[in-house]
Every structure is written in C-alpha cells, then in structure tokens.
Design a protein around this ligand. Sequence first.
Ligand code: MN
Length: 201
Amino acid sequence: MLHKLPELSYGYDALEPYFDKQTMEIHHTKHHQTYVDKLNAALEDHKNLQNKEVEDLLRDLEAVPDRIRTAVRNHGGGHFNHSFFWPMLRKETNFGGDVAQAINSAFGGFDNFRDKFSNAAALLFGSGWAWLVWSNNELQVITTPNQDNPLSLGKTPILGIDVWEHAYYLKYQNRRPEYINAFFNVVNWDKVNEYFHAARG
Ligand code: MN
C-alpha cells in the first residue's frame, strides 16, 4: 500500500483570515506531500510494513527495523500528524459535547485549558506540536518535538497544534502566540469530539 496525501474537505482559503490561503496550500501540497513521499520511500524495501496503517507503525516503532526507524518516526509522524490536523480545523464550530465536559472537569474550565495548551505551544522550543491527549483515562496537555506523535508514547491525540514555523511564518512571522490565538478560531470541535469518543472507547 502506498500512503497518499489526503484531500482537504475545504478550500485553502476556508480558514481565512486566521490561517491564510498561501500557508495552507504550501503546508498541504508541499510539506505534507513530502512526508508522504519520504515515508513511502523508507518503506519501499519493506513489503511487510507496507500494509500497516501509519498509526500502527507509530504505536510500535520498536518493531520497525533500525535502518528505517528514524525515517518512519519523522515522515510517518509527519504524515499522521497532518492527516489528523486538517479535519480538526474548521471555522465557527461550538465548544461543546462530551469533550467540552471532560475539558471543563479536567482543567477547571475552558479558559484554564486554553491557557495551559497555549503556554505549552508557545514555550515549546524549536519545532513540534502541542497536544491534548487521552492517557490512562484522563486528559493531559503535552508537547512532542519534531514530528513525534503521542501514539508512540502510548497516548491518544484529541486536539493538536502544529508549531513548526512552516505552519505560521508567512502570516505571523516570529509571532507564534498570535498564531496560537488564531488557532482557537479554527478548532473544529465536532471533530475533536469524534477523536475524543474514539480515544475513550
Ligand atoms: Mn506542518
């Protein structure tokens, strides 16, 4: 099985003015495509791994041969993270449902959660992601460097923000906190609820 770039269910300009069209287009067609291509290249001589879902590769990186483990971690992670990210973005959805209840009870309200998540994203040094994850039957905010994914830590992502500069530099330059603020206008809470239900079982 060759991994493929998923299509977006919306136009590149759909998240304006928060996420700009040019960034979205380059991010999807260039950055994400490159992760897909390099993951496929890494798996080329490993027929037994080609039928595995990328989630399963990331959940058990130890099962991936040494020679390609770093490539699968980076490019498989990049492919999974972005495939997770795109559908989690949409304007004008409402913070609600079971995940809202769980966030309110875990963090003492939405504002506290937002502060905690935003700080984690802002303070992460270099490139990586901040996440809301489901782990041992509770919600946690964590960060991962590079394209590492919570799945490799035994945790399930519910919500995530890409804080690589390629995600915001064209519009926000060095102002990562402004990008993080903008992100909260394009969180698709319906999808986050779906991820939450799938994680909680
Ligand atoms: Mn990215």
